[in-house]
Design a protein around this ligand. Sequence first.
Ligand code: GLV
Ligand code: MN
Ligand code: MN
Ligand code: MN
Length: 414
Amino acid sequence: MNLRLQVNGKRLLKRLDDFAAIGATPAGGVDRQALSLEDRTARALLADLATQRGFSVFQDAMANLFIRRDGNAPDRPPFLIGSHLDSQPTGGRYDGALGTLAAFEVLETLEDAAIDTEAPIELVAWTNEEGSRFAPGTMGSMAFSVGHIPEDWQATRGTDGVPLRNALAATLEALPSAERKALGFPILGYLELHIEQGPSLEKENIPIGIVTGIQGTRWFEVTVTGQAAHAGTTQLGFRRDPMVAVTSALHALYNGIMPADEAARLTVGRIAAQPGSINAIPGSVTLTIDLRHPLLERLIAIEAQVLAAFQTACAAQGCSVDLRKTFDMSPALFSKTVVEGLEQAARHLGLPVKHMVSGAFHDAFYVAKVAPAAMIFVPCREGLSHNEAEYVEPEHSIAGAQMLLQSTLDVLAM
Ligand code: GLV
Ligand code: MN
Ligand code: MN
Ligand code: MN
């Protein structure tokens, strides 16, 4: 159906440039962290573009932003397409923005060609996918999937100390003309276009990834407590140094987990010593751990390995450890039907595809709990992402948007 309908590639590339200017960093990336002024500016620009095209703009209580192109059957639940507009602190121009702006391009292409759909199609820009300012990630889609904001987020603060509830209120107020929608309204399905954020599509020279599932992620905040003491006077035998415990636990984990299991991922992205004085043994060391694995049983086993490594290292140093899980996303498979829709769309477009499991987590994980969902990947240069140098070839961005358009129509027709 509608085989000759083409997205406007030039318009999409211009929009990518325009949004990359919001929160642009000197090194060519973006800093547009969730619910920041820059995030609000990007949302306002998208809402503005939507209004100019006659689309309706909505927000829910989590500030998830929806842009609706009506269908002929206005009472049918909408089909959602989208991604996120927030970025890492030193993020790239495409992570999230590509999927969001390609979704807008789909709406505009349908509008330009006056193509009617039965169901409304709605772009969604999920709030706080990244989780780097407010943990955890995928907050917007998680709240959407349960239909309420979890009670324990009331106390959540950003890395800058700003309470989540204040940042949410300011973001909602910044778009006063957007209508309110219930959190977790019914939807027909969901498709998300995203950059792969890994090297395999580029390496194999395949333009489209059909994402069949997402590997599991667990996040931890670890505090190792010892005793602060004088750096010059405290002999080895009197030290209870949490830095020694942490470095020895990490040494064991870095050597024990990833070399032994190719599919495992262990990352410490944030670490700090308190009080943080050059000439004091720290009283405590805090760090984050990001664990990933496609198999739930391995994720569980590696979590146990992490805890054991810290307990052993702490026992040797007279320290104690507190390991708090802040995010738990189990490995998940996407809808077979939507994956079939993607395969059909790729055949229609004559695009080679590779089936793959996502190494990154995405909002599609939570949306898939309430409706059939799947994802499309496009290659990015050297697989680099969460890095200001992130780059996507223009033809890959355009092919991704074309694939999003075709698969939206094909899935709706199924
Ligand atoms: C999402 O940004 C992730 O870390 O996978
Ligand atoms: Mn992303
Ligand atoms: Mn990201
Ligand atoms: Mn992500």
